[in-house]
Write a protein that binds this ligand. Structure first.
Ligand code: TRP
Ligand code: ZN
Ligand code: CA
Length: 433
């Protein structure tokens, strides 16, 4: 059985737990830097699209403003976020004589004076289920928010996610949100990232040409994948980022194209055909078949990359990396297992800020006792059954290892201390500055 522990531990509680585990100084302290975004599982994003399609099907075939399918979509997204530990708010407004809804989800923690926002419109047009427009952006933002919760990410900035109503009636929901945000609160929003249509069936890879830092963050991500991008030109201001931009908030976003036709030059660059990026744009065929999985996968990962990259203030460690990528399965409620990294060629002792990258895939992190074991057998506690029912431990810990000789076999030791939930060590990495 799993023990009952708080679902999330605060940084202070985590440090207190580490102190109880007999650590001193900065050893074991969580690093706010150097936390890379996790991969966003495409299967999860697609499941959200399947669920949104079912909601449309059960509500007359659409999820449009003022229709039952819209409110059902809001309730669906809200339930997932509530279960993950978000503070959610439904904001009501009226448009064309019908009640509209925005959903706002705040991730507890971070600097309240520096808020990073990401959002997507959740409404469809009345002619169809709106799976690319804009189930795609809604699902990617939802899964990124859930990934924040799963990884227990505690960024320097405060994170806020939004799902907007009545975009298709003229950005109504996002305009309303911004209009209700006091001037002092607006100035705390350091950026708004918009995702509207990011899984077009004949995709292009478009980046909004707005705030330079946000734009560069997306471009860097795609450059790393070797995927060329272009500046978005199919109607600047045609989505919810315009509402934020109009009040001076830095904005950016991604787009895979709507009704415009892909040029032959773009076909050479991205593949596909010289037809509309989305031939089902605003039509009844915008269903779960109207999605390019590769585009949805890349863009979902790009959402997470940008959220992680733009929410911390410090730079990731650079230096010499020693890594073991072999999977090691962790037996359920069983003996400890280890993954070993052999460090060579480093003179003298390990640093006081050894970056210990831990990537454990597990369905209940509260089962796990995770230690770093130095070559001479000294033990540094990284996580002692913390994090409750959240899954996975994907985190970079900073360990004061200055009393250890650097060279030798370092081990990540993981023991599962409660039955039912299981998992494996996915990756173990040491970075010497
Ligand atoms: N917002 C439009 C819609 O929902 C789609 C769209 C057209 C768009 N051009 C865009 C979205 C440019 C983002 C950027 O129907
Ligand atoms: Zn749209
Ligand atoms: Ca277990």
């Amino acid at each position: 059985m799993n023990i009952s522990v708080p679902r999330r531990v605060t940084a202070v509680a985590a440090l207190a737990a580490l102190a109880l585990a007999g650590l001193t100084g900065t050893a074991g302290a969580e690093s706010r830097a150097a936390v890379a975004a996790p991969d966003i599982p495409l299967a999860n994003v697609k499941q959200h699209l399947t669920d949104l399609q079912s909601i449309a099907t059960a509500n007359g075939g659409n999820r449009a403003h003022g229709r039952t399918g819209y409110k059902a979509s809001i309730d669906f997204v809200k339930a997932k976020l509530d279960a993950a530990g978000y503070t959610t708010t439904i904001q009501q407004f009226t448009s064309s004589g019908a009640t509209g809804y925005n959903l706002i989800a705040d991730w507890p923690g971070g600097d309240p004076n520096q808020v990073l926002m990401a959002g997507a419109h959740l409404d469809s047009v009345s002619s169809g289920a709106g799976i690319n427009d804009n189930g795609s952006g809604s699902a990617a933002v939802l899964e990124t928010a859930l990934a924040v919760a799963r990884s227990g990410y505690q960024p320097s900035k405060h994170l806020r996610f939004g799902w907007w109503g009545a975009e298709e009636l003229g950005l109504v929901g996002s305009k309303y949100y911004v209009s209700q945000l006091p001037t002092a609160e607006r100035s705390k929003v350091s950026g708004y990232l918009n995702f509207d249509m990011i899984g077009s069936p004949n995709p292009g890879y478009f980046v909004y040409d707005d705030d330079p830092a946000i734009e560069q963050t997306f471009k860097n991500y795609f450059a790393g994948l070797g995927v060329p991008t272009e500046i978005e030109t199919e109607g600047d201001g045609r989505s919810d980022h315009a509402s934020f931009k109009n009040v001076g908030i830095p904005v950016g976003g991604l787009f895979t194209g709507a009704s415009r036709v892909k040029t032959s030059a773009q076909v050479s660059k991205w593949g596909g055909t010289a037809t509309a990026f989305d031939r089902c744009y605003h039509s009844s065929c915008d269903n779960t078949s109207n999605i390019n999985d590769t585009a949805l996968d890349r863009n979902s990962d790009a959402v997470a990359h940008a959220i992680w990259a733009l929410s911390g203030t410090t730079t990731p460690p650079t230096g010499t990396v020693f890594e073991n990528t072999a999977d090691v399965s962790v037996p359920d409620n069983g003996a400890a297992v280890t993954s070993t990294v052999n460090v060579t060629g480093i003179t003298g002792n390990a640093p006081s800020n050894l970056a210990v990258g831990v990537d454990i895939v597990h369905t209940y992190r509260g089962d796990l006792v995770v230690d770093l074991v130095a070559p001479d057998g000294s033990v540094y506690s990284l996580s002692n059954r913390s994090g409750g029912s959240a899954d996975n431990i994907v985190q970079t810990f900073t360990v004061n290892a200055s009393s250890e000789v650097a060279n030798g076999a370092w081990k990540l030791r993981v023991q599962d201390k409660a039955s039912v939930d299981t998992g494996y060590i996915n990756n173990f990495k040491l970075t010497f500055p």
